[in-house]
Design a protein around this ligand. Structure first.
Ligand code: 4NP
Length: 158
């Protein structure tokens, strides 16, 4: 059975689509793609159906990573479908946990902040680059690459 991983941020146009694309990119490089499935979603629905923010797509492309996903909002079924839900910041974490409390049964998915897997960064959250400058996007990608490296090492073990 493939392990299913969902990355979640607020708008699903900056951090979580980048995380999903980096995850798939690194899995492909490590020939692990057949063992996992990935998706991303936002806690908010403002950008549903849109491609990721052009600034994030450009910053990712500079590293050879293509972000193709379109924004969607997290739904209750995601807690049953996915094994792991990885949140970007404390506000996403709270919103996702609050949503999981609406389930009749408990969530199958484990809900974990993605930064927990970072080895070379001491960030407590993945910062939201949406209102920042260009540099913010590269910084977020550096952090995501670090955390996703750690994540793959951890989940590829089992
Ligand atoms: P994301 O960034 O959660 O990383 O996708 C944001 C995108 C849009 C908004 C906020 C954060 N917004 O307020 O529209």
């Amino acid at each position: 059975m493939k392990k299913k991983v969902l990355f979640v941020c607020l708008g699903n146009i900056c951090r979580s689509p980048a995380a999903e694309a980096i995850f798939l990119f690194q899995l492909r490089k490590q020939e692990l793609l057949d063992r996992f499935e990935a998706d991303s979603a936002g806690t908010g629905g403002w950008h549903v159906g849109r491609l990721a923010d052009s600034r994030m797509r450009k910053a990712a492309l500079e590293r050879g990573i293509i972000i193709e996903s379109r924004a969607r909002q997290i739904i209750l079924e995601d807690f049953e479908k996915f094994d792991l839900i990885l949140t970007m910041d404390n506000s996403n974490l709270k919103d996702v946990k609050d949503l999981s409390n609406q389930l009749i049964t408990s969530s199958k998915a484990k809900i974990i902040p993605l930064v927990k897997y970072a080895k070379n960064n001491s960030y407590m959250e993945v910062p939201d680059p949406y209102y920042g400058g260009e540099r913010g996007f590269a910084e977020v990608l550096d952090l995501l690459e670090d955390a996703i490296n750690g994540l793959i090492i951890e989940i590829a073990k089992t």
